[in-house]
Design a protein around this ligand. Structure first.
Ligand code: OAD
Length: 233
């Protein structure tokens, strides 16, 4: 294979065929509910009950869906590729790990984790959460929140991600609209450092012009095909 270091970025589109709503399509999540109410620290401070209901509903939904062929193909790429590999997802579902991915960063957090705003500890989380939930670490009540990065907060592990982008010679962006920063500028960061950049998306994204190459179609079809091609190089 001619590539030595791959970074993959995924967004909501990679989980769409598993039955999880995307955000910005006509029927997407942000057309049904105002993101400021449920995905900002200000929204949480104003109405924590609503925010817990929203994430409880999403956590329950995610428990009922399964990884699709795109998730499985990315796990296959990680296993079959001999160079450096990093999968960065903006998704807060656990479908990549359930498909077998291990070298994975959830830059926007995870549904199946809780964060105590008082002591800062993170805990695995399966069931619902409420304003009456106690922190498993410090015992304080009323400070537990989903471990999700909200608008205005700093995504996780950015140093590790930028290091990998700078060293990569292939950057693959899958199922993301290119609307949300800093993820939307990863293509420029990788490209500036000489990586070949490719978009695999249902349609041209907002950052389509920044890519060297694009293949448009459903992730469940185009990702396995592209991975097969890569592993044969
Ligand atoms: P969006 O909903 O903004 O974009 C999803 C992208 O996936 C769109 O470009 C769709 O065309 C594409 N798509 C839809 N179905 C697809 C399929 N079957 N195969 C391939 N592509 C498909 O979602 P994101 O870009 O992931 O952040 O959104 C980024 C962030 O905005 C999210 O992580 C979330 C959101 O607000 C936070 O909550 C902090």
């Amino acid at each position: 294979m001619r590539f030595t270091s791959i970074v993959v970025l995924t967004g909501a589109g990679v989980s769409a065929e598993s039955g999880i709503d995307t955000f910005r399509t006509k029927d997407g999540l942000w057309s049904k509910i105002d993101y400021r109410d449920v995905a900002t620290p200000e929204g949480y401070a104003a109405n924590p009950v609503l925010v817990h209901e929203f994430y409880n509903m999403r956590r329950r939904k995610i428990a009922t869906v399964e990884p699709n062929d795109a998730h499985r193909a990315l796990a296959r790429l990680e296993r079959g590729f001999r160079g450096d590999f990093l999968l960065v997802t903006q998704n807060v579902d656990d479908l990549h790990e359930r498909a077998g991915s291990k070298k994975l960063i959830h830059m926007h957090g995870e549904h199946r984790k809780a964060l105590c705003a008082r002591c800062g500890s993170r805990s695995p989380w399966e069931g619902d959460m409420s304003v009456e939930t106690a922190c498993p670490s410090c015992g304080a009540v009323g400070h537990m929140r989903p471990d999700i990065v909200w608008f205005g907060e700093m995504p996780y592990q950015m140093d590790r991600i930028y290091d990998a982008l700078r060293l990569s010679d292939l950057f693959i962006s899958i199922g993301t609209s290119g609307n949300v920063y800093p993820a939307a500028q990863f293509v420029q960061e990788a490209g500036r450092n000489g990586a070949h950049t490719i978009e695999l998306n249902l349609e041209p994204s907002e950052t389509f012009d920044d890519f060297d190459e694009a293949i448009h179609g459903p992730a469940g079809k185009v990702v396995p095909e592209y991975v097969d091609w890569l592993l044969k190089l």
